[in-house]
Write a new protein. Structure first.
Length: 330
């Protein structure tokens, strides 16, 4: 028997396999077969933090909507930069996404040179949540009102320090913005995370914090902290009796925090659209909505284009403040 027909058949089979393999990205790009395996969700902070809490509230419903497991991958450190670096190095196929923060997506690039560009190296998918920070003091503090706080913080060599989870964090920026518009003299104390800052505030060795609602509400309810003001344009639903800074003499003052989902640059639009729909549907889920709002977080579903515009606008706003007051990463 001649081997020629067998060789021709083998060659044809090899060619067919090559065509099939080369068609893989094209098939993935149309979104019809996406996702076909679990999706890794990067979070730039340790388990138990605010962004991790949001990810874990959303993950079960997001998994259901995508019909695939969501694997949360905590990559803490450097204000979220470690997770961001991992994201931009991942394959642009939709199987690695990130829940980024205001710091990692709009601030950190203004503090120091990064290994990535959060605009050029990432594809926006959707905002996740937005929320005001809460200015809090120890329940035993002499500070009772926002007017008390401003008066104490304006004094030369003021001891009304404010802490945050780190340089460039939303709490840090809120405090610096208030210093800028109100002429305050108080000093920022940077911590390596929100937990140690909160511990010092509770222990009486730190005067104040601009904290996220997820970190502060439980201690306010327990009578251990006193809320002084919030940093949004409207009052928090979970703290309806606490005034905003904007209504307390500084109209237009706003220093919101937010988280957003992003993917590596060049992820196919069809895949981004699948992810966006699943995330938007998750944020609109009644159970997810209720859990987030209970923590003082506003679910904020957006289109990829809206997300892109928002992140760029926030980057300009906070970049200008960083330059104005010469904040540098340390």
């Amino acid at each position: 028997m001649s081997l020629l027909p067998l060789r021709r058949a083998a060659a044809a089979l090899a060619a067919l396999c090559a065509v099939s393999l080369s068609a893989g990205p094209a098939l993935a790009a149309d979104g019809d077969n996406f996702p076909s395996r679990p999706i890794r969700l990067l979070v730039g902070f340790a388990a138990g933090g605010s962004s991790d809490t949001v990810a874990r509230i959303m993950a079960p419903v997001l998994s259901k909507n995508l019909k695939q497991n969501i694997i949360i991958d905590n990559r803490p450190g450097a204000g979220g930069n470690i997770a961001s670096d991992a994201l931009v190095k991942a394959a642009p196929d939709g199987y690695t996404i990130m829940l980024g923060t205001i710091g990692s997506l709009a601030v950190n690039q203004h503090l120091s040179k990064l290994s990535y560009d959060p605009v050029a190296d990432m594809e926006p998918i959707s905002l996740a949540v937005s929320f005001s920070n809460v200015l809090v003091v120890n329940a035993n503090s002499k500070i009772k009102t926002f007017a008390d706080y401003v008066q104490a913080a304006r004094a030369p060599h003021s001891d009304m320090s404010f802490g945050s989870s780190g340089i460039g964090s939303s709490g840090h920026l809120a405090g610096e913005l208030l210093k800028s518009v109100a002429g305050l003299q108080n000093q920022h104390v940077a911590y390596r995370g929100g937990a140690p800052a909160m511990n010092d505030l509770l222990g009486g060795t730190l005067a104040s914090i601009f904290a996220s609602p997820t970190d502060a509400v439980q201690f306010i309810a327990a009578g251990k902290l006193r809320p002084i003001a919030t940093t949004g344009l409207r009052r928090l639903d979970v703290l309806p009796d606490v005034p905003t800074i904007a209504e307390s003499g500084y109209p237009g003052f706003e220093a919101n925090n937010w988280y957003a989902f992003t993917a590596p640059a060049h992820t196919p639009k069809a895949v981004i659209d699948v992810l966006n729909k699943a995330i938007v549907d998750t944020l609109k889920d009644p159970d997810v909505d209720a859990k987030l709002k209970k923590l003082g977080l506003d679910p904020t579903p957006t289109t990829p284009a809206e997300t892109d515009r928002y992140i760029r606008g926030e980057s300009r706003k906070w970049g200008d403040l960083v330059k104005k007051i010469n904040i540098n990463a340390v």
